[in-house]
Design a protein around this ligand. Structure first.
Ligand code: ADP
Ligand code: MG
Length: 213
């Protein structure tokens, strides 16, 4: 496709990326939050936004269906990052990926005793790698949302989820016990597009870098 496509998700990423998009001259022509359109024009005729699920952004960029994208490090770590150039931390949508358990659950003791922990998460690859590195045995339960519910109803001993204020954890009688990684959203680029469309993409990447500063 001619022109440049930028894959990003509605919700938190779009809300926090909107000021950056405006600063680099890419304000959407209609609000993706309210429009049903999945391809949205911007202030620049040659650049369009491609509205995807947060976890799908790396895939669209990897296959070149979008030239650029905005994705959280959580999603990138889980995706693996293959076929993606990641030139820039946008510093938005900041939070932490953490292990959390029900208040009162003795995690240290369970680990010491070598018990198999049941861990619910949507980040199964990252979670498996994290516990393998610690030598903790886990049974992973893959969920697609509301991880906080799992320990409450006995589905899991622990969850791996994103935490910012901690309010959701507190409201559900959970405590964060271990940080896996700090998370923020990154600009991602299709490497082949960077070669074939360098004249358009390089200045855009630099404009984003300037807008972050
Ligand atoms: P979804 O529910 O489809 O995953 P969200 O808008 O909740 O969409 O999350 C999209 C991205 O926003 C996540 O991949 C992460 O990078 C970031 N994010 C999610 N939760 C938080 C949070 N509590 N604080 C800051 N950023 C977050
Ligand atoms: Mg969410």
């Amino acid at each position: 496709m001619a022109g440049i496509g930028i894959a990003l998700s509605k919700g938190r990423i779009l809300a926090e990326a909107a000021p950056l998009l405006a600063r680099v001259g890419l304000a959407p022509r209609e609000d993706p939050e309210r429009s049903r359109k999945l391809v949205v024009a911007t202030a620049r005729r040659d650049v369009r936004l491609i509205v995807v699920r947060a976890s799908d952004a790396p895939t669209y960029v990897q296959y070149g269906a979008a030239d650029l994208g905005i994705a959280g490090l959580d999603v990138l770590a889980e995706h693996g990052g293959a076929g993606l150039y990641q030139p820039l931390d946008l510093g938005i949508a900041a939070c932490r990926m953490m292990v959390a358990v029900r208040r009162g659950f003795d995690y240290a003791r369970a680990v010491r005793q070598g018990a198999r922990l049941r861990v619910a998460t949507k980040y199964v690859h990252v979670t498996r790698a994290h516990f393998a590195a610690k030598g903790v045995h886990v049974d992973l339960i893959r969920l697609y949302g509301s991880m906080e519910l799992a320990p409450l109803v006995g589905l899991a001993d622990a969850i791996v989820d994103l935490v910012s204020s901690g309010q959701t954890l507190r409201a559900n009688h959970l405590v964060a016990i271990e940080e896996i990684m700090p998370v923020s959203a990154r600009l991602i680029v299709n490497p082949a597009a960077l070669k074939t469309k360098r004249a358009q993409l390089q200045p855009l990447i630099e404009a984003f870098a300037g807008a972050v500063r």
